[in-house]
Design a protein around this ligand. Sequence first.
Ligand code: GLU
Length: 490
Amino acid sequence: MVNKTKNNIEEIRVRFAPSPTGPLHIGGARTALFNYLFATQKKGSFILRIEDTDKERSDQKWTDEIISELVWLGLEWNEGPDVGGKFGPYKQSQRLDIYKKYLEILLQEKKAYYCFCSPDELEAKRQDQMSRGLAPKYDGTCRDLSDQIIQKNIKEGKKSVIRFKISQKKITFHDLIRGDVEFDTGLLGDIIIAKNMETPLFHFTVVVDDFLMQISHVIRGEDHISNTPRQMLIQEALGFYHPIYAHIPLFLNPDRAKMSKRQGDVALKDYHDKGYLPEALINFMVLLGWNPGTEKEIFTLQDLIKEFSLEKVQKSGAVFNIQRLDYLNGYYIREKSIGTLTKLCLPYLQEFNLEQYSPKNIEKIIEAYKARLKKLSDLPQMVDFFFKETLTYEKKLLTWKDMGDSQVKESLEYSSKILSETKKFDKKSLEELLVKEAETFNSKNRGYLLWPLRVALSGKEASASPFEIAEILGKEKTIQRIQQAILMLP
Ligand code: GLU
């Protein structure tokens, strides 16, 4: 049995409670991660609860996407809409009867009331308060209506909402990240907790569910911190214990403004689609707010289960630094075996006719770019030249330093000749041969031979080495591309 008044739940139980009104925000994903790490480390339970009471804005497609993105990240939950559990259902839209019961209790005990004020009336009051320099809040017009008037209004079909009576006092709580927080509820008016008996709202459903699901710790974004006193008052009104709170800092753009869509991607799926690996995102997200206190910066999920702690989560906003994500992603890309990496890359190469190369050569293409790859979606524009019949590039790209057209031509003819004559067309042999020949061609710098050759093969200013490219293209295509380049020259 749950002790209603005191949080003495021995088991650690935390929840991630997204509203499926849009894609999973990267900040939400980090909230899920912190909850997962906290629960897993403490051998507690991590619960996924879908907060879909907002009928107009919620959509099953977002629930599906949130679930699939969390699965992709590798965060497993012990209880949730898809796996069930002893405190289900875990979708709020399936718990309306439960909320109704608790709404009835609050109404009966006169801790909540029907409010019949129309939106126009409320707006007029708001304007009036503001014009008098007051912070707008509900003035309590319907707070003490008699039962008779309430019944009459309901009978007449007057539109109403259900408001919760906010008691005026100082609420304090100890936040595991922010320390002691004090809030004067006198600043609040009575809040709406349900549109009607069938349509409860966020503050109320959160409180009921956190209690019934025996949540021990509420770990959520700092944007919810001002909701906490409201929710604590509802807990008190229903005789529920207070969970322990931990509000994690928000993400900031590099200019320290709150992260917004305008300045970059905010949905986790955008990062997923761009070819960031889950390992990199986990590592990146945890460092947005959590400071291990050492120089170490590579953390796998397994490391984090051991090392993460809420005590080391900072209070100040966490600056979202995409360069760091790129760096971490590059690291995890390089950690992959070539077979695994190739599988991950294939969806990004669909626009090309891959059949023209053997699977082994496709692996070689990936291998040639593995070291410089920051995200998988960068790959197509790096390797497109392998798949093209003819390359288009500016003639002057073929020129190394002070070379004139005739020297470029001479260089390419030299390469063409030696490559036609050689039998061994693997990377290593080609490197040995070409480096030696480059020195013969021009003792000052190998670039006089190797640069025009590399550009002739790739059409690009930057690419893998000509040896790697030539091996993959094969002799015939290699010679053909050199000849095409020669034709560009007068
Ligand atoms: N459903 C809320 C949201 O998506 C979270 C509620 C909570 O964590 O208490 O912002």
